[in-house]
Design a protein around this ligand. Structure first.
Ligand SMILES: Nc1nc2c(c(=O)[nH]1)N[C@H]1C(S)=C(S)[C@@H](COP(=O)(O)OP(=O)(O)OC[C@H]3O[C@@H](n4cnc5c(N)ncnc54)[C@H](O)[C@@H]3O)O[C@H]1N2
Ligand code: MOO
Length: 406
């Protein structure tokens, strides 16, 4: 495929299509509900029962027939939540509590604040609408209905919703296994004092965190020195244990950039260099693994902001495709006013912005220093402003932004 790689820059859409071509879902696994937060549901699940399972009271009060309201009714039973009631005779009422099952015959509840109890019984004001303060059986879900669709990310509410239906285990996609390889002899881990010429490896922990948010399991995070053979060995090892191999840095054109050559030795470089800023030298390809298959490869540009933006634009949809999660295919887009001015050249610019509401309108403010080495610009960014190539943007112009939401 190297022959097919154009010297020109590829646009984002072309690169995304190339990366996602032929991607199939990872297997599913059944896991305990308590472990399922953030995971992607692998099958559409039906409601196993009506919820609520029986008509029950929405208030602490008195259950009765609506037709009997407007007089004093003898109290013939007391129904706390969790206890089965007796049938209710006409002309009587039951003391009842929130969540308790309605006695057979009763069709309504009156809350206790408007009822007075005497030795004769409860004085129930009338008239009363049938069904008052009653939560009907099956109001929320009816047995056999679709409870949750395959492909959704299980948030806390979905976990509760599944629990309400009695699901103790759920089928989810297993986490895609990712190896993360940083490159560059200048890098040392945080915690190690810096010698002259060194900087801390910030991209590796950052991408580890982002990949976890995108649903991946980072099974290996290694640092590779700037050496062709070491890079080849690290890529080959990573490809044999991973669904995706990700490298950071070393994909540009300097003599110390060994990643592309190593990739070409072990597999194919499908596409290299994008017409986006930051993140131009991104590389996509495949590595022959020891099982005889091909492992996906994404080479992110090394500048910290290029890595960060590249992860949102490429790793998020890739992890989404592997887990068959449609919501992860693209970042949510909004049209907002620019609170800054800028001019682009031949690359589309993905600027880090924060969004605020002014006069009922969303306004995007860009961080002052948008250089791709300045990670500070990402810390408070809640969106990327997408400024196409060769544009002049003035304050107040309408622009597209992509929200940074996992
Ligand atoms: N002559 C040219 N030089 C460069 C070009 C070009 O077109 N012609 N492109 C520039 C652009 S744009 C980018 S982006 C960078 C990307 O280069 P690489 O992907 O090969 O990355 P490196 O050279 O390895 O590193 C770039 C930069 O980022 C720092 N870095 C790398 N990894 C990490 C890490 N894990 N944690 C923190 N910082 C990291 C590294 O020290 C460099 O400063 O190339 C331009 N050059
Ligand atoms: O594309 Mo590089 O990421 O501009 O710095």
């Amino acid at each position: 495929m190297v022959e097919g790689v154009s010297e020109g820059l590829h646009d984002l859409e072309t690169a995304l299509a190339a990366m996602l071509e032929g991607v199939t879902a990872v297997e599913s696994e059944s896991i305990e509900l308590a472990m399922a937060h953030g995971r992607i549901l692998a099958s559409t699940l039906p409601a196993l029962m009506d919820t609520p399972p029986a008509d029950n009271s929405a208030m602490d009060g008195y259950a009765l027939r609506a037709a009997d309201a407007g007089r004093t009714l003898p109290i013939t039973q007391r129904v706390p939540a969790g206890h089965a009631p007796q049938p209710l005779a006409p002309g009587c009422c039951a003391r009842i509590f929130t969540g308790a099952v309605l006695p057979e015959g009763a069709d309504s509840v009156v809350r206790q604040e408007v009822v007075e109890e005497t030795s004769e019984g409860a004085i129930i004001p009338g008239p009363l609408t049938r069904g008052n303060s009653v939560r009907r059986r099956g109001r929320e879900m009816q047995r056999g209905e679709t409870l949750l669709e395959a492909g959704i990310r299980l948030n806390a509410a979905a976990i509760g919703f599944l629990a309400s239906q009695g699901y103790a285990t759920v089928p989810v996609r297993r986490r895609p296994r990712v190896s993360l390889l940083s490159t560059g002899d200048e890098l040392v881990p945080p915690g190690t004092p810096l010698s002259p010429g060194q900087i801390h490896n910030s991209n590796s922990p950052m991408l580890h965190a982002l990949l976890s948010e995108f649903g991946a399991e980072v099974i290996a995070a290694h640092h590779v020195r700037d050496d062709r053979e070491a890079t080849v060995a690290a890529l080959a090892d990573a490809a044999s244990i991973s669904d995706v191999v990700i490298t950071i840095g070393g994909v540009s054109i300097g003599e110390e950039d060994h990643v592309r050559a190593a990739l070409q030795q072990l597999g194919t470089l499908d596409l290299w260099r994008l017409s986006i800023k930051p993140g131009k030298p991104l590389a996509l390809g495949r590595i022959h693994n020891r099982a005889g298959g091909l492992t996906r490869f994404v080479g992110l540009a090394g500048n910290p902001v290029s890595s960060y933006v590249g992860a949102w634009l490429f790793l998020r949809p890739l992890m989404g495709a592997l887990q068959q999660c449609p919501a992860q295919a693209s970042l949510p887009a909004l049209r907002v006013r620019a609170g800054f001015e800028t001019r682009t050249e031949r690359r589309a610019n993905y600027m880090r912005v924060s969004l605020t509401t002014e006069n009922d309108q969303l306004v995007a403010y860009a961080f002052a220093d948008q250089d791709s080495s300045v990670l500070r610009s990402c810390v408070q960014a809640d969106a990327l402003a997408v400024i196409p190539a060769w544009r002049d943007i003035a304050q107040g112009d309408m622009i597209d932004v992509l929200r940074l939401q996992p």
